[in-house]
Design a protein around this ligand. Structure first.
Ligand code: NAD
Length: 369
């Protein structure tokens, strides 16, 4: 079977879906791996590295038309679907909720499609959970961005020239990215505070040394995710958070609710209460942002408060992001194959949850799409 990797066309994307180390592992298992020329350049993996790992380096057309399994980060574009081999297996993010046309075209090609955003968020699924691996990278980078933009230092320093107070860093949304942001801020010497509406987040935050701001509203939803707050709950949250945000030098927000625009948590009046020189890093900017003033992809200054909503953050740390994505993907190939042949077993919960098209048949429930 041929496994294909093509260049990610998504604007500014530096990651690649399979790095040479994982190519080697798949080649050893008997797969032929075809990679598009230059596909790893953004992550500093060169064609020669792929060749040494046993891959065949080819032009785009040859890769996409020969791949029995195509592994990709971003959803396939229409042009890519047109070139795809009939009955190919595609493993990628799909944004299925807004890409119905593309899914229909994939179905017309009798494709089998695994949507990475539908992998269950369980301990058992961690070996293939790209949402977690990429969020880990994003959380780390968010803190570095904050440290870079902040006009102050993070650690407490006692020197002959005086004592510097540690920066107060508040992380709102203590999922995978939030935890890594907290841990990174702690390593830099900041005082760290955490807020979330899922009860389980409290222990997670404490485990990295954060002080948890006890939420006045708890809102656990399905599958371990948070649910959207009601209007009443939003008001309570607003009252509670305003003072804590005002006391912070840095606020990093990561809050998401599946299938919805990211929740608006930091309103303009809250930003107005922050000190000049404070920083907000809005990691939810890809999905609309958690701060009312966030302009996705831009850095703005509002009354002396620096607000930055970076986009596609894992791509800005492309090397480990690609390595982790690849490891997850090589594990995914293991999951859906046996002895080098496809073996898609729907009694396996990760397969059942993530396979949204099987041999051209849509497998999503109506309102899932
Ligand atoms: P996510 O990206 O969906 O959201 C980030 C965080 O924002 C979450 O902690 C969420 O509770 C929080 N949030 C949402 N609305 C909020 C609001 N209004 N105010 C404050 N916080 C808000 O989260 P994620 O990192 O993708 O994790 C999703 C779930 O998957 C979590 O329950 C996590 O523990 C779980 N998970 C489990 C494992 C495992 O090994 N068992 C691994 C990864 C993730």
């Amino acid at each position: 079977m041929n496994i294909g990797i093509i260049k990610e066309k998504y604007k500014g994307e530096n990651r690649v879906a399979l790095v040479p180390a994982e190519v080697k592992r798949l080649v050893k298992k008997g797969f032929k791996v075809l990679v598009e020329k230059g596909c790893g350049m953004g992550s500093y993996f060169y064609d020669d590295d792929y060749k040494s790992a046993g891959a065949e380096v080819r032009e785009y057309n040859e890769v996409i038309q020969s791949a029995d399994i195509l592994i990709k980060i971003h959803p396939l574009e229409k042009d890519e679907i047109r070139h795809l081999k009939e009955e190919a297996v595609v493993i990628s993010f799909t944004r299925y909720w807004e890409k119905m046309d593309e899914l229909k075209e994939l179905a017309d090609k009798k494709a089998t499609v695994f949507a990475l955003e539908r992998i269950p968020r369980t301990t058992k699924a961690q070996f293939v959970d790209v949402l977690s691996s990429q969020a880990t990278i994003a959380g780390y980078k968010a803190t570095l961005l904050a440290a870079e933009l902040s006009p102050r230092m993070f650690p407490m320093l006692t020197t002959a020239a005086g004592t510097l107070k540690p920066a107060r860093v508040l992380v709102i949304g203590v999922g995978v990215a939030g935890l890594q942001a907290l841990a990174t801020a702690k390593r830099l010497g900041a005082q760290i505070f955490a807020y979330d509406i899922r009860p389980a987040a409290k222990e997670d935050a404490k485990s990295v040394g954060a002080r948890f701001l006890e939420s006045p509203v708890w809102a656990e939803g399905k599958g371990g995710y948070a649910r959207e707050l009601t209007e009443e709950e939003k008001k309570i949250q607003h009252e509670f958070l305003a003072k804590h945000i005002g006391n912070s030098d840095v606020v990093i927000t990561t809050a998401q609710v599946p299938g919805k625009r990211a929740p608006l948590i930091i309103t303009k009046d809250m930003v107005d209460r922050m000190k000049a020189g404070s920083v907000i890093i809005d990691l939810a900017a890809d999905n609309g942002g958690n701060c009312e003033l966030t302009k996705p992809g831009e850095r703005i200054i509002h009354n002396g408060v620096i607000i930055y909503g970076p986009l596609n953050v894992p791509s800005s740390v492309p090397r480990p992001a690609s390595e982790m994505f690849s490891k997850n993907m090589a594990n995914f190939v293991d999951l859906i194959t046996r002895d080098g042949q496809l073996d898609i077993d729907f009694s396996e919960e990760i397969i059942a949850a993530s396979c949204i098209i099987h041999k051209g048949e849509l497998r999503m429930e109506g309102n899932d799409a």
